[in-house]
Design a protein around this ligand. Structure first.
Ligand SMILES: Nc1ncnc2c1ncn2[C@@H]1O[C@H](COP(=O)(O)OP(=O)(O)OP(=O)(O)O)[C@@H](O)[C@H]1O
Ligand SMILES: [Mg+2]
Length: 267
């Protein structure tokens, strides 16, 4: 009854079920409480930036959602249903993918090889003998790159020869390649350690993903970039999501204050 009334007041239940609801996550490392009841909700198609000082708990929070380091307590709901994410495999099955700063590309092989790494389509298989379908890999890689509006002049080169921005693009291409897309793409410092032009390209890539409706959670220390791409900004502090702001209604000064200023708010 109360719910129906609340719905009537907010416009007849227009609010869709959130894509992701993280509730009261807890994580301890020995004596350190890295997460102390961290909660965050992300709507479908939203780009949320996760900011906070060093040691605030951002990486720990993301690792909990991605199954890298399962939390000690709290709940994670995907499309309104409680899920258990005990491993990165579990996360992958649920359509949660993370692109880490160090990227983990196979340097000696080419772009298509990396996009399909560990999941190569086979041309034929005879007992233990199998041959990957390189033509198909190249074709589908080309399609992914085009969809992301990424130009890589010679995708046959080993990825060790690509620029930082191109490598970032290959890693993102790999994580979103899955048939039917993925639910949540998490980017950990996607613009760190890149040159100016490379940063511009990666930000453009993030905006293209956004146009395609990709839901994203982006960790970044660079507020300029955060304001450029996000819909909302979640500020972590001492293991909690301390405050959340709509990007369009906030300012860098306000966010900086929320990150390091006197505490007067709880998220
Ligand atoms: N594996 C670990 N073992 C022990 N303590 C850890 C571990 N991982 C993180 N911590 C601690 O948990 C807290 C949160 O760390 P976390 O890496 O999540 O912060 P962060 O917000 O990602 O920081 P940064 O911006 O520096 O990357 C810190 O006090 C950190 O020292
Ligand atoms: Mg971190």
């Amino acid at each position: 009854m109360a719910t129906a009334m609340a719905e009537a007041m907010t416009g007849g239940g227009q609010e869709a079920v959130p894509l992701l609801e993280v509730k009261h996550l807890e994580k301890r490392f020995g004596g350190v409480r890295a997460l102390r009841g961290a909660s965050l909700t992300i709507q479908k198609g939203e780009t949320v930036a996760l900011v906070g000082d060093n040691g605030a708990g951002k990486s720990t929070f993301v690792k909990a959602i991605a199954g890298v380091q399962p939390p000690d307590g709290g709940d994670i709901l995907l499309h309104g249903e409680k899920v258990s994410i005990g491993s990165t495999k579990d996360a992958g099955r649920l359509g949660i993918e993370v692109v880490y700063q160090d990227l983990a590309l196979a340097n000696s092989i080419d772009v298509a090889g990396n996009v399909f790494l560990g999941d190569e389509p086979l041309k034929f298989k005879l007992g233990w003998f199998s041959v990957p379908d390189f033509k198909r890999m190249e074709r589908e890689t080309q399609a992914v790159l085009e969809r992301l509006r990424i130009k890589i002049p010679n995708p046959r080169r080993p990825v060790s020869q690509l620029s930082g921005g191109q490598r970032q693009a290959v890693a993102i291409g790999r994580s979103i390649r899955k048939e039917g897309g993925i639910s949540l793409l998490i980017l950990d410092e996607p613009t760190a350690a890149l040159g100016v032009e490379e940063v511009r390209k990666v930000l453009a890539l993030i905006r293209t993903l956004k146009e395609h409706g990709q839901t994203m959670l982006i960790i970044s220390h660079d507020l300029e970039h955060v304001f450029h791409v996000s819909d909302r900004i979640a500020v972590m502090r001492s293991g909690r999501v301390h405050a959340v702001r709509e990007t369009a209604k906030s300012t860098k000064a306000e966010i900086i204050h929320l990150i390091v200023g006197d505490i007067e708010e709880h998220g």
